[in-house]
Design a protein around this ligand. Structure first.
Ligand code: T5A
Length: 206
């Protein structure tokens, strides 16, 4: 049987990485084999692209279009070499971010055309899509506070509050338009409460 493809989405600091091992543990309790990945990244090539994308630099500012293409270069490498083979082997894949991040960050955040992003997605991924998207919804103010507690910020974390407001609004609009696929959880709750909500959603899916 084919594995399930679950992706985690939301703004910075929403708690996706913190919940990832808990989701893995829950699926394994149910007897599933699971693989945890992140985007951009997850293969040696894609991890190098991740460093390029996250590093702040003064000498050669990455343009929004270059950023979009790098995201998709990393994604296609991960999907073709890791995600599709794992799913075909019956392994569940949980990925910290996937293509909805591009819609929210490069589309709403960087203001690139959503038509362009949809066309690129179709070209690169065809109909490949997650079985479930968990949207960790959090106010950008709270997300930024959590990030600042961590210390230095990367290229994305240095964006303005207005940028993250657009990203959040876009996520919520997509969730409202696709309620079967995208399940929103309140990421301002404690980690324990969030874990309970996520288990409930995944249980219904199983
Ligand atoms: N990107 C990515 C795009 O622009 N387009 C794309 O297509 C893709 C795929 C990736 C960057 O790339 C961008 C978006 C990103 O900026 P990243 O470091 O992977 O960079 O970024 P994030 O996925 O946002 O990782 P973060 O670590 O910033 O956010 P998380 O994973 O949501 O949050 P987490 O779990 O690390 O928690 C952050 C802090 O909050 C605390 C944690 O202890 C931690 O200190 N925390 C909580 N505190 C209180 N209550 C809770 N419930 C908490 N949960 C966690």
């Amino acid at each position: 049987m084919k594995g399930m493809f679950i992706t985690l989405e939301g703004i910075e600091g929403a708690g996706k990485s913190s919940q990832l091992p808990k989701i893995k543990a829950f699926l394994e309790e149910q007897g599933h084999l699971t693989l945890c990945l992140r985007e951009p990244g997850g293969t040696p090539v894609a991890e190098e692209i991740r460093i390029l994308l996250k590093t702040k630099r003064q000498d050669d500012e990455i343009t929004p279009l270059c950023e979009l293409l790098l995201m998709y270069a990393a994604r296609v490498q991960l999907v073709e070499t890791v995600i599709k083979p794992a799913l075909a082997d019956g392994v569940d894949v949980i990925c910290d971010r996937h293509d909805l991040s591009t819609v929210a960050y490069q589309g709403a955040g960087r203001k690139l055309s959503q038509e362009l992003i949809a066309a690129l997605k179709k070209l690169v991924l065809g109909d490949f899509a997650p079985d479930l998207i968990l949207l960790f919804d959090l106010s950008p103010q709270l997300g930024m506070m959590r990030i600042q507690n961590r210390g230095s910020s990367d290229r994305f974390e240095s964006a303005s509050l207005a940028f993250f407001k657009r990203v959040r609004e876009c996520y919520l609009k997509c969730a409202a338009e696709n309620p079967e696929l995208i399940k929103t959880v309140d990421a301002s709750q404690s980690e324990e409460a969030l874990d309970r909500d996520i288990r409930r959603i995944i249980k219904r899916m199983l």
